[in-house]
Design a binder for this molecule. Sequence first.
Ligand SMILES: *Cc1c(COP(=O)(O)O)cnc(C)c1O
Length: 301
Amino acid sequence: MANQFSLGAAWMKGRIIPISEASIPINDWGLVHSDITYDVVPVWNGSFFRIDDYLDRFEASMAALRLDPKINRKQIKGAITAMVIASELRESYVAMVCSRGTPQVAGSRDPRDCLNHFYAWCVPYVHVIKPDIVKIGASALIATGVKRIPYDSVNPIIKNYHWGDFTQGLFEAKDNNYETVILTDQNENITEGPGFNVFCIKNGLLVTADHGVLEGISRKTVLEIAASLGLNIQIRDLPVSEFLEADEVFISTSGGGVIPLVKVNNTIFANGTCGPVTDKIYRTYWDWFKSPKYQTRIEYK
Ligand SMILES: *Cc1c(COP(=O)(O)O)cnc(C)c1O
């Protein structure tokens, strides 16, 4: 018989339940105000990848939003580990979330009155771009109808659910037969896409945006790999015009790792395949992803 958690499990108030039964109140500020932060750590081969980096980021996000769910790091790690063990998932997308909650004083508009809460959920591993699409070559459209929300309005370094810009951009991309979307800032610089960072390579120089983006753990891993491969790296403004003249472009995400883009707008990169530098980074990424150096084994029953 299938495990009751085969579609996923959730950790809610100390209980592990099937994901389909997990819910939050309809007046939770996380829902009505997007007053919430989250993080997603991948599990691969029954091990967490770089778990402490994800926990560091999650804790920093909560602190930046003045969220305090009264659960410490060890307990968070314990909760998600117990949940993944119960799910029996060996390859999983593991989300940890902290929401503002609801005010303890009826009708209060003061965020300090809210009882913040932590919860978590896990589902079978999610690929931001499906492997069969990656195989034939993924495409992206640089949206013109919407820009990435300014970083001094909603700070993208805090992983968040303010996806209005991404969702609008995804409609534009999908309506034009592109797989995904890339957003620019107000000055025509590349920022990021829905759940991934963006890179380009030209003559051995790797460039990625320095602002308007979440500092992805996959991005960090890519930058470390690029350094280990002796590439030149620049983290700075990345104008759309420069990006479209690159030799190779790719994205990074915990949901799929390093993913080459073969087409952006009308431009085809690396003759419509994964370019040689991206390929090296891709291979190294998977070596590291499976390496005990970055993995924390989960002791399943
Ligand atoms: C999660 C996310 C990323 C990728 O971060 P990883 O830690 O590499 O998974 C990039 N951009 C946004 C907006 C994200 O939410």
